[in-house]
Write a protein that binds this ligand. Structure first.
Ligand code: HEC
Ligand code: HEC
Length: 306
């Protein structure tokens, strides 16, 4: 058994993708973060929580192209998954945020998502004896924007979703279908792994959409979404540059791309091959790659689910 594990370990060590695990233990800090994540009192209308735009039954993302905001506008971007964030770097479609803590502060400061300031959120929580007690047990400073952020970030980082593909990487050859295995070989051979690699199968690089064949974009788009990272840096070279998405749970998170403009994985793979690799991939290979992408879906630890 030990030898088998060692061999499995050795074999996946040579792979460009790496397996992930559920958290070993569920801590009180994670559970406090969970309560905050689903708490609607953190929003101005007392109807919105983090899960309003990061749905657990939709791979941690949102089923429409854009999310509705508090001021009646729509989000600039498609809501990304809230799962498997630990190695996403930088954060946001434009790669505009360097840490989960910074992401949390920007989310509250912009006010369009939850519609409340930090001081109101702190006061609302301080008025609830259960929160006062739970925070006091974990943090000497009690309820502050820093401890609220820390609990939420701890919860988010714990939301890993090991999938059948992870079991396969760890040596269980029956964990995924033959099509998915062939699809994985094609995913490597065509070069998808040059951008979608590591534990999260993406999530850790900034890349242009249209590196080989230019990808059309709308210069009059008032949301400025198609300009991507350029909005953050003002550098022309960053037009249409985005954080490469993680492909974990990707089968559960349509619509795709930064603007939610593409509805099926088949279409996405075909666009990726044309614009990112400069080639046409035959229909049969696209089907196999999609079978591989379908093996990347899993669920968080049951105690961390809603
Ligand atoms: C109104 C919809 C909405 C709500 C509510 C919302 N989010 Fe988001 N979230 C988004 C959108 C849209 C993005 C993408 C923003 C971008 O890339 O600029 C995002 C991005 C994120 C990211 C970055 C993920 C990545 O991979 O880069 C994290 C983390 C996150 N949200 C956490 C939260 C937490 C925690 C809450 C609750 C406190 C929350 N969100 C509430 C819509 C929402
Ligand atoms: C040069 C880097 C690069 C290569 C190579 C590449 N991708 Fe991508 N991929 C990206 C970027 C950047 C995006 C985000 C595009 C956007 O949102 O406009 C993306 C998006 C995706 C998405 C949509 C994810 C989502 O949540 O919206 C899928 C699926 C995907 N790629 C699969 C593939 C496959 C399969 C291949 C190989 C055929 C591939 N990619 C090759 C950079 C790359």
């Amino acid at each position: 058994m030990a030898l088998q594990l060692l061999l499995a370990g050795l074999s996946h060590a040579r792979e460009p993708l790496a397996p992930i695990q559920l958290p070993q233990t569920v801590t009180p800090e994670m559970l406090l973060g969970k309560q905050l994540f689903f708490d609607q009192t953190l929003s101005a209308d007392s109807k919105t929580n983090c899960a309003s735009c990061h749905l657990f039954n939709h791979g941690g993302s949102y089923p429409k192209d854009k999310t509705p905001m508090h001021d009646g506008s729509k989000s600039r971007y498609n809501s990304p998954s809230i799962f498997n964030l630990s190695q996403n770097y930088p954060l946001g479609w434009e790669g505009q945020l360097i840490s989960m803590q910074e992401q949390m502060h920007s989310l509250v400061d912009q006010q369009v998502k939850m519609g409340l300031s930090w001081s109101t959120i702190e006061t609302r929580l301080q008025q609830q004896p259960e929160y006062v007690e739970r925070f006091a047990k974990l943090y000497p400073q009690g309820i502050t924007r820093e401890t609220i952020t820390q609990a939420l970030v701890t919860y988010e980082i714990a939301l890993t979703t090991p999938a059948p593909f992870d079991a396969y990487l760890l040596g269980d050859t029956n964990a995924i279908s033959e099509d998915a295995k062939l699809g994985y070989e094609l995913f490597k051979r065509y070069g998808c792994v040059s951008c979608h690699q590591g534990e999260k199968i993406g999530g850790n690089l900034l890349q242009k959409i249209g590196v080989i064949e230019p990808y059309a974009y709308d210069p009059d788009d008032s949301s400025l979404a198609s300009l991507g990272r350029y909005n953050t840096t003002g550098n022309k070279a960053d037009i249409q540059v985005f954080r490469v998405p993680s492909l974990r749970n990707v089968a559960d998170t349509p619509p795709y791309f930064h603007d939610g403009s593409v509805s099926t994985l088949e279409q996405v793979v075909s666009l990726m091959s044309r614009h990112q690799l400069g080639r046409e991939i035959p229909e049969t290979d696209i089907k196999l790659i999609v079978a591989f992408l379908n093996s990347l879906s899993g669920s968080p630890h049951p105690k961390l689910m809603p």
